[in-house]
Design a protein around this ligand. Structure first.
Ligand SMILES: [Zn+2]
Length: 688
C-alpha cells in the first residue's frame, strides 16, 4: 500500500506511541552475533546433557530447574508453564525365541534377546543408572507367543503388499524396520492387520554399518543401538486426553479407554537381535528388492510355524507433570508483538543430539539477545525463548502452550522459529512457511559461516540442488514443535539448522555428549553457525517495520503446489482440474509482488497495513479443520495422515487426490478459490 508520507507518519504516531526503534535490523544482528560463542554453547550442552531426562521423571524436573536458572542468569523474565499430560513409562519387557526349526525338526527352548544397548568403556555415560531398556511409549501391555512376519518398513503400502502376496499377519508378531514412516503408524497398521505384537528394529542399511563405521569407532548405529519413541497417532498432537484445550491439573479429560492408543505390545530392538530372528526364518525369500535390508541374512516374509517368539511388554500410563520454560525479552518499540523461538528440552535418554543440538542454540540465542539488550540494543518486538516439555511423547508442551493462548498468538505472534536437533553438521538448511522465506533469505545474508568465514547465504545456496536458482527451503508440517503454531494457530513458522554429520544416535542410549563431539565435532562450529542463523532470522522478524509476511511468496508457492497437485490428479484420473486455481493465483501474484516491493520501499509500517498482511495468512485458517481432523485449522499445511513426520501441503486437495475422491476434490478447489478471494480483497486494499 502506498500512502502519502504524512499518512505514514500519522499512523506510526497513533499506533506505536512508544515506538522508538533502538537499532535497524543489521545493527541488531551484528550486536547479537557478536555475543554468540562456541564455548558457551559447549557449556550449555554439557549442562543439559548431564543426565537422562524423560518427560515426567525427576531428571526432567531437574532439567526444568537448570533451564530456569540459565534464563534468569541472563536477566530474562522467566515463567514456568506447568502442564499435566498423559504419559507412559516402561515397567518390564522381554523378547525370547522359544521355538525354532532345526534339521532334526522343531525345537523348543528359551533364548533371550537383548533389549538394551551394550555399555561402552569408551563412553561411561552409557552405564548411567537412569537409562532405560528400549521401549516405545504408549505401547500396549501384553505377553504373547507367536510366529513372525517381516513387513519391511511397516507402511500402509507394505501391509497392502503382504496382503497381495497372501501373507496372513493375523495372530503373528510383525518384524518391521525403522524408516519410511512414523513408528506409530507401523503399530497402527500392524494392529489393523490383526498382528498380536510388533518388533521395530534399526536396519544396518538405514543407519548402521552399511552407512559407515559404527559407534564407538564411528557415529553410525551399532548392532545394539535401539531407537525409542512414541507410538501416538491420534488425529491431533499434544496431550492425548485434552485435544484443543490446555492440559491443566483440573482440565476435563477424556476417558483413556476412549482414546485410540496401541493395544498390542510393541518393542524396539537393535539389529543384533533382529538378525537372530531373521536367521531362523524359513518362509519365502522376499522378492521386492526394496524390502531387503543390510542384515547379512536372507530376508523372508514369514518365519514358519516352528519359529516362535515370546514378546512381553508391560507399561503404565498415567497423568504426569512437566513444564515449558518460557523466557521473555520485552521489545523496545512493539512489545505487544512477539517472535517465538523454541526447542524442546525432554529426551528419551541424554538427548545430546535430540533435542539438545537445538536446545543449546536456543539458550545461546537467548543469551545473545539478552546481552545486547543490556548493552542498549533491544529488539523492537518482544522475543519469547521457549524450552518445551514432553515433545517426545507427542509434541505436547508446545501444543498445550499454543492451545492455552491461541487467540492471542493469532493477533500478536509474527513468527515461530523451531530448533529441534538444529546443529548436526556443517550443511546449512532451512524450512519455512512460504510467507517467511524472503525475510529468512535477507537475514541469512547478514550471517557469517564459522566454517568458511564467508557469507552463510553463499554456503547455503552452494548446498542447494540447483545453486543457480538460489536458496532452497523445506516445507513445515510435521514432526516437531512448530506444528501447534503453524497448523493449529496459523503462526508462520520456520526452522534453521545444520546437518550432514556422519552418524545416528537417534533416541538411543548412545545419544551422549561423547557421541556428539566425536560425530558432529568438538569445536561446536555447527552450533555456532546455527546460533548465528537463528539470531539473524529472529532479529529480522523482530525489527521488520512491517509484519514479516511476503504475500508474493505465499502465492508463488501456492501456484507451484497447485500445479504439482494437478499432475497427481491427472495421474489419478480425476476430472476436477486445478489449473484454473493455479492460473488465478498466478494473476494475483503479479499484484502481490508489487505490494511486497512497495512495502519494502516504504520502510516504516503501520497497523492498517499489518492487519491486511495478517489477513493474507489468516485467510487460510478454518475452525472446521480438516475432514476427521478438526484440530488442523490451517488449509495450507498439515501433518501427513499416514506417515506422521511428513507435511501434507494444501491438505484438502492432497487428501482428496490420495483418496481418489472427485467430489471432495471439487469441494477442495472451491474452498481454495474462496481463500484466494479473501487474499484478493486484502491485496486490493494493500495495492491502493
Ligand atoms: Zn526432538
Amino acid at each position: 500500500m502506498r500512502l502519502p508520507l504524512a499518512a505514514v507518519v500519522a499512523c506510526v504516531a497513533s499506533f506505536h506511541v512508544a515506538a522508538v526503534s533502538q537499532a535497524d535490523v543489521a545493527s541488531l544482528t551484528d550486536a547479537v552475533n557478536a555475543v554468540a560463542d562456541a564455548r558457551s554453547l559447549s557449556a550449555f550442552h554439557e549442562l543439559l546433557a548431564s543426565e537422562p531426562h524423560i518427560a515426567g521423571t525427576p531428571g526432567d524436573a531437574r532439567t526444568v530447574e537448570r533451564l530456569e536458572k540459565a534464563f534468569r542468569e541472563m536477566g530474562l523474565e522467566v515463567e514456568i508453564h506447568r502442564f499435566h499430560p498423559y504419559l507412559s513409562k516402561p515397567i518390564a519387557a522381554r523378547l525370547e525365541i522359544v521355538g525354532e526349526e532345526t534339521p532334526e525338526g522343531p525345537r523348543r527352548g528359551v533364548m533371550a534377546l537383548d533389549l538394551r544397548e551394550r555399555n561402552l568403556l569408551e563412553d561411561p555415560a552409557t552405564a548411567h543408572p537412569d537409562l532405560t531398556w528400549g521401549w516405545n511409549a504408549y505401547s500396549g501391555s501384553g505377553d504373547v507367543t507367536a510366529e513372525v512376519v517381516y513387513a519391511n518398513y511397516g507402511t500402509r503400502a507394505d501391509f497392502a503388499r503382504l496382503k497381495e502376496l497372501g501373507v496372513d499377519v493375523k495372530g503373528k508378531i510383525v518384524l518391521a524396520r525403522y524408516g519410511g514412516n512414523f513408528r506409530g503408524y507401523k503399530a497402527k497398521f500392524a494392529e489393523e492387520a490383526g498382528a498380536v505384537g510388533l518388533l521395530i528394529y534399526t536396519d544396518p542399511a538405514d543407519t548402521g554399518f552399511v552407512k559407515g563405521p559404527t559407534w564407538p569407532e564411528g557415529g553410525w548405529s551399532n548392532d545394539t543401538c535401539i531407537q525409542r519413541g512414541s507410538l501416538v497417532t491420534l488425529p491431533y498432537p499434544g496431550d492425548p486426553l485434552t485435544p484443543g484445550v490446555e492440559a491443566t491439573r483440573d482440565a476435563a479429560r477424556a476417558d483413556p479407554a476412549t482414546i485410540a492408543l496401541p493395544t498390542i505390545p510393541v518393542q524396539p530392538i537393535g539389529y543384533a537381535a533382529a538378525e537372530r530372528i531373521l536367521a531362523r526364518m524359513k518362509g519365502d525369500e522376499v522378492r521386492d528388492e526394496a524390502w531387503k535390508g543390510g542384515v547379512r541374512q536372507t530376508y523372508r516374509y514369514t518365519g514358519g510355524s516352528a519359529l516362535q517368539l515370546r514378546l512381553e511388554v508391560k507399561q503404565e500410563r498415567f497423568v504426569g507433570e512437566t513444564a515449558n520454560v518460557i523466557a521473555t525479552l520485552r521489545g523496545a518499540a512493539r512489545p505487544d508483538e512477539m517472535v517465538i523461538v523454541g526447542c524442546h528440552h525432554d529426551a528419551w535418554c541424554f538427548g545430546a543430539a535430540d533435542p539438545l543440538a537445538g536446545t543449546m542454540v536456543l539458550l545461546e540465542s537467548a543469551r545473545s539477545f539478552a546481552d545486547a539488550a543490556r548493552k542498549g540494543i533491544r529488539p523492537d518486538r518482544t522475543i519469547v525463548f521457549a524450552a518445551w516439555g514432553a515433545e517426545e511423547f507427542g509434541i505436547i508442551g508446545s501444543v498445550e502452550w499454543v492451545e492455552s493462548r491461541r487467540k492471542e498468538l493469532e493477533r500478536k505472534a509474527v513468527a515461530y522459529v523451531n530448533l529441534d536437533m538444529a546443529s548436526m553438521g556443517e550443511r546449512f538448511g532451512a524450512s519455512a512457511s512460504p510467507s517467511l522465506r524472503p525475510s529468512i533469505e535477507r537475514a541469512i545474508a547478514r550471517a557469517t559461516s564459522p566454517f568458511t568465514g564467508g557469507s552463510l547465504y553463499e554456503a547455503w545456496v552452494a548446498n542447494a540442488k540447483a545453486p543457480s536458482s538460489g536458496a532452497s527451503f523445506g516445507d513445515m508440517g510435521g514432526g516437531s514443535d512448530h506444528v501447534g503454531f503453524w497448523c493449529h494457530a496459523g503462526v508462520p513458522s520456520c526452522s534453521v539448522g545444520g546437518g550432514g554429520a556422519p552418524g545416528n544416535s537417534y533416541h538411543s542410549n548412545y545419544d551422549t555428549v561423547a557421541w556428539y563431539r566425536k560425530t558432529v565435532g568438538e569445536d561446536y562450529r555447527s552450533a555456532l553457525m546455527v546460533t548465528r542463523a537463528c539470531n539473524a532470522v529472529t532479529a529480522e522478524f523482530a525489527n521488520d517495520p512491517h509484519v514479516p509476511i511476503s504475500v508474493g511468496a505465499i502465492l508463488r508457492d501456492f501456484v507451484r503446489l497447485a500445479r504439482e497437485a494437478d499432475d497427481r490428479r491427472t495421474k489419478a484420473n480425476l476430472a476436477t482440474s486445478l489449473a484454473p486455481l493455479a492460473d488465478r493465483a498466478g494473476v494475483l501474484l503479479a499484484r502481490a509482488d508489487r505490494v511486497d516491493r512497495n512495502l519494502a520501499a516504504a520502510g516504516a509500517g503501520n497497523a492498517e497495513t499489518d492487519a491486511l498482511l495478517r489477513a493474507c495468512t489468516h485467510a487460510w485458517l478454518d475452525d472446521q479443520g480438516l475432514p476427521g481432523r478438526p484440530w488442523f485449522r490451517n488449509r495450507y499445511a498439515a501433518t501427513d495422515r499416514y506417515s506422521g513426520y511428513a507435511p501434507s501441503l494444501l491438505p484438502l486437495v492432497a487428501e482428496a487426490i490420495e483418496d481418489r475422491d472427485d467430489a471432495a476434490l471439487a469441494r477442495a478447489v472451491a474452498e481454495y478459490d474462496a481463500i484466494l478471494t479473501r487474499m484478493d480483497t486484502a491485496l486490493g486494499q494493500l495495492d491502493r
